[in-house]
Design a protein around this ligand. Structure first.
Ligand code: FAD
Length: 566
């Protein structure tokens, strides 16, 4: 039987083909390559914007370096609502162009990573005294469908009160008038960012995390690269590049200042908070997009063993490196959920985890944060530093196309070198070799039925596949090789091993927050496995006691940030 099972995994591995190794142990090599070559493009910032640009540029034939001062996706790109969505509420702001672009992108990004961008039905309850009436919702959702060219089963439906309650029994019967029912996609923002970066490796891009731009290099006042500090070894080196993109999200203005750009502040930062409870506490059957009494809208989204809800939208001027959920944020969100779902009574003690992120929005005089447009904008300085800000996770591909088009044009003018047009619509992301979503479901079933039975449950199989896609094969192969420990212990050991060797994981926070999402969606599993994971890291990365204590402290601080509110 064991041979048979191993055979299955082996077959799957063959189907997948050769995997990228993107290992912690390659850091030194990568740094040497960064030091010794001149690149066409240096991308600063390893969030979704930088990752998308790196893949677009590298796949068109540019030589590309990418540096991220912390871990990949450690900024806003691990703290979004984690939806690939068209932005229904932007219709209210008459942002038709944005809704059309991101709406159309949803289906494309789903096709590029069917395990990571998965269909999610959304219910929009219509309640007495709510923001939208039935007619306006029906027309709004219709416009949404038309703009995004939505087809077939995914087209919006309007539901009666009874139909709405059947779909979501937790909705408030007394004031419910009906609902809109439409289709979006959910994702894991940090993993989407990481898979883009790993895919860029196929085109010889050189990305590295924990590498921070300290200042820029110039040749005759024109930007020509950057001085970078490796934050793990504290060494400083230069990267030479013909063009430099500032894709640092909330830090865009800070980097522009390093370039001594003499313009007014361009960004307005708006804080958005999400809270997580055990699924049993808010057992919604699908995602709900609902009214808050103050006129805003919020999401409640089921995910594995949890449900999360958010978000707030408030001006922010504090420390960008340590954004916290305040008690006021938490109480606001809890009150909104208790108001829409009267049968659940969530209290602050039910909150298991949270995250708080910053929207890097383009400033417009006199507008509150929630009314600022989410569209992106490109600023080119006299020194030719190119900055990009604003935008959505969902629109990363088009943002990348626009900026790389600009770089390609400049390249041609200055160096007479020509590059291909964007290719990314056809580049499947790393681990995403599935025909479609049904194929993803069959793969989950295969793992559950043939390999997992009696040891794990179906949600564990879903967790692995939604996280790693076909790369789950490599983890399962490692799992089979491990001899010591319970099945659960062997599985997490295999995950640690995989993320260190294939995903440039450098610390416990990388693993628990951004590679696996456990700190947000299964925090109990972090506490349960902490010692085991610590030992595995120490073993693989040869951590001495002092490093081990530092890394543990760093994790404790990160966990405190997401679990305490004051
Ligand atoms: P970031 O992800 O912040 O990346 C910038 C990176 O630059 C950071 O990792 C930072 O460490 C790095 N950096 C900074 N300075 C330096 C330096 N000197 N050297 C090297 N690196 C540096 N969009 C959607 O499509 N769907 C959603 O559901 C959604 N929900 C959202 C909910 C909230 C609460 C928020 C805040 C945003 C949401 N968005 C959503 C928008 C989306 O998350 C952002 O537009 C996107 O993540 C921004 O990505 P970025 O790469 O531009 O910035």
């Amino acid at each position: 039987l064991i041979l048979l099972l191993r055979g299955d995994i082996f077959k799957l591995s063959l189907f997948e083909g050769i995997m990228n190794r993107f290992s912690f142990f390659d850091r030194e090599n990568t740094i040497n390559e960064l030091k010794s070559n001149e690149f066409d493009l240096l991308v600063v910032g390893g969030g979704i914007t930088g990752a998308g640009i790196a893949l677009d540029a590298a796949s068109r034939g540019m030589t590309v370096a990418l540096v991220e001062k912390n871990d990949f996706a450690s900024g806003t790109s691990s703290k979004s609502t984690k939806l690939i969505h068209g932005g229904l509420r932007y219709l209210k702001q008459f942002d038709f162009w944005l809704v059309k672009e991101v709406g159309m992108e949803r289906a494309i990004v789903h096709k590029l990573a069917p395990h990571l961008v998965v269909p999610e039905k959304m219910i929009l309850p219509l309640v007495e005294g709510g923001t939208y009436g039935s007619w306006l919702t029906s027309v709004g959702l219709k416009v949404y469908d038309v703009l995004a060219a939505v087809e077939g089963e995914d087209k919006r439906k309007m539901l009666s009160q009874n139909e709405a309650l059947k779909k979501e029994p937790l909705l408030p019967k007394n004031i419910l008038k009906g609902a809109g029912y439409y289709a979006e996609y959910r994702t894991d923002d940090a993993r989407l960012t990481l898979e883009l970066i790993k895919t860029a490796l196929d085109y010889d891009a050189k990305p590295i995390n924990y590498a921070e731009v300290l200042e820029f290099l110039y040749e005759e006042k024109r930007i020509a690269g950057a001085t970078v500090k490796d934050n793990l070894s504290n060494t400083i080196f230069n990267i030479k590049s013909k063009y430099v993109i500032n894709a640092t999200g909330p830090w865009v203005d800070s980097l522009r200042l390093k370039n001594q750009i003499n313009t007014n502040k361009k960004l307005r930062l708006s804080k958005g908070v999400h809270l997580v409870v055990n699924y049993d506490k808010l057992p919604v059957k699908q995602s709900v997009y609902f009214d808050v009494p103050d006129g805003r809208m919020m999401f409640a989204i089921p995910r594995g063993k949890s449900t999360y809800f958010g978000t707030t939208d408030t001006n922010y001027q504090g420390n960008k490196n340590e954004v916290k959920t305040d008690l006021v944020d938490a109480m606001y969100l809890i009150a909104a959920v208790n108001n829409m779902f009267p049968d659940v009574l969530i209290s602050i003690d039910d909150i298991k985890s949270s995250w708080a992120g910053l929207r890097p929005l383009i400033h417009e005089e006199g507008k509150p944060a929630s009314e600022l447009s989410r569209k992106d904008e490109i600023f080119v300085a006299k020194s030719e530093l190119i900055s990009i800000a604003g935008g959505k996770l969902t629109g990363y591909r088009k943002m990348a196309e626009r900026i790389v088009d600009l770089v390609a044009k400049k390249h041609f003018r200055q160096f007479s070198k020509e590059f291909k047009k964007t290719q990314t619509e056809h580049i499947m992301l790393s681990g995403a070799k599935f025909e479609d979503f049904d194929d993803v479901k069959s793969y989950i079933n295969l793992i559950y039925k043939r390999i997992f039975k009696d040891k794990f449950n179906e949600k564990d199989a879903q967790y692995l596949v939604y996280n790693y896609g076909k790369q789950t094969d490599i983890i399962l192969k490692k799992y089979n090789e491990l001899e010591k420990g319970t099945p659960q212990e062997k599985m997490i050991k295999a995950e640690v091993w995989y993320t260190i060797h294939y995903e440039m994981t450098c610390s416990l926070t990388d693993f628990f927050i951004r590679r696996t999402g456990r700190a947000y969606f299964n925090i109990e599993s972090v506490y349960e496995n902490l010692t085991l994971v610590l030992i595995e890291f120490a073993k693989h990365l040869s951590w001495k006691k002092e490093v081990l204590n530092r890394k543990k402290e760093e994790l404790n601080k990160a966990l405190e940030l997401i679990t305490t509110f004051n």
